[in-house]
Design a protein around this ligand. Structure first.
Ligand code: MG
Length: 363
């Protein structure tokens, strides 16, 4: 029985993780749960799974053993696996602690790898398993294979892939949140529309697998069935195909190197697979961020900048077209230092958030 801690248990990844555990009670048990603010759902989840310790950063409840700090939660329990599903970098210290204890960390949250990927990989010792669907696919294809020349991350192009390019600037929140194939949280759905998400995934792939930008391809694949591929030096490729549900990469990361069996009538019969190069003129944020993929400080700050900018958009404060200008302005002057500890990552991430708010004030 593997004892699992789910960080961000009330969010999209957390709920899907709990669903896998609910369906596989002989393989996994839950020993810790955390969330930012949804204390009611957290308590219901703790009840359902018989969990004694939790964490809610905004509304802790010490009497019911609900701390305000994930690190404290991890230090209070015995566990085998941590699923890092909370957004932002709130879980960074907890994840570092888990890796230092030589425990498996299933990383669903890309900010952690974008902000502190090199640091986490140094501590990983093979215990850091990607959950992001594209990276899970590449991870599954790579499996110690030799002579791999490049990897490919697929992308759906987001909700605005067919939107009139002349009207993109004023696309509304409801236009942006209509993701064609994946059901995810609001923030990441906006990031799919701008392809900031894919830019972060390029950084993530570099940190996880060590490929350089020129060897990390991005292909627009509208069907979202092929999640990632690797290409060998003879130019043949190996791909992972599955239905687009995050439960599969989550389950794989939990059970690796084994697999969790799923009941599904998913079939390839009648399906068409198409691949195109993205029209990058629709996605200026992607190019701006990926150009700087080696600058750890830039990458870390870009995650904070993106979070703050997307929140302004979701709150109706800025228009869709302003996302690009605010992100570029906020990141116009960034030095280039390595991220060597959680505290530095947090400071730089927060500076990104502050820069966006300051630029917004001046407008
Ligand atoms: Mg992804």
């Amino acid at each position: 029985m593997k004892r699992v801690v789910v960080l961000g248990s009330t969010g999209s990844i957390g709920k899907q993780t709990l669903n896998i555990i609910r369906n596989n009670p002989t393989i996994f048990s839950v020993v810790g749960l955390s969330c930012r603010k949804n204390i009611d759902l957290l308590k219901r989840q703790m009840n359902e799974f018989g969990v004694r310790f939790g964490c809610c950063s905004l509304f802790p409840d010490e009497q019911n053993r609900i701390f305000n700090n994930e690190l404290l939660l991890l230090k209070s329990i015995d566990f085998d696996i941590v699923v890092a599903g909370a957004g932002g970098i709130d879980s960074l210290e907890a994840v570092i602690y888990a890796l230092e204890q030589n425990k498996r960390v299933c990383v669903a949250n890309k900010e952690l790898l974008v902000c502190a990927g090199s640091l986490l990989m140094k501590l990983s010792n093979g215990n850091l398993i990607p959950v992001d669907s594209e990276h899970s696919a590449v991870f599954q294809c790579l499996e110690n294979r030799m002579d791999v020349e490049s990897i490919t991350l697929t992308c759906s192009g987001g909700a605005l892939r067919n939107f009139d390019i002349n009207k993109l600037w004023s696309a509304t929140k409801s236009d942006v949140l209509k993701h064609p194939t994946w059901k995810m949280g609001d923030k990441i759905t906006v990031d799919c529309a701008t392809m900031a998400n894919k830019a972060f995934e390029v950084i993530e792939a570099n940190r996880l697998f060590g490929f350089q930008r020129k060897d990390i391809n991005v292909l627009l694949h509208k069907e979202s069935l092929v999640h990632g591929l690797i290409t060998f030096c003879d130019k043949s490729s190996l791909a992972l195909i599955s239905q687009p549900t995050m439960e599969l990469p989550i389950a794989y990361a939990l059970s690796y190197p084994d697999r969790v069996c799923f009941d599904s009538d998913f079939s390839l019969v009648g399906k068409t697979l198409t691949f195109e190069n993205p029209d990058y003129s629709r996605y200026p944020i992607f190019e701006f961020i990926t150009e700087n993929y080696q600058n750890e400080e830039f990458c870390c700050m870009s995650a904070g900048v993106d979070e703050a900018s997307v929140n302004l958009f979701l709150d109706g404060v800025i228009r869709y077209g302003e996302l690009h200008t605010i992100i570029e302005k906020s990141l116009s002057k960034v030095s280039n230092s390595a991220i060597t500890d959680a505290k530095t990552a947090r400071e730089i991430y927060n500076e990104g958030i502050q820069r966006v708010l300051q630029i917004r004030k001046k407008v």
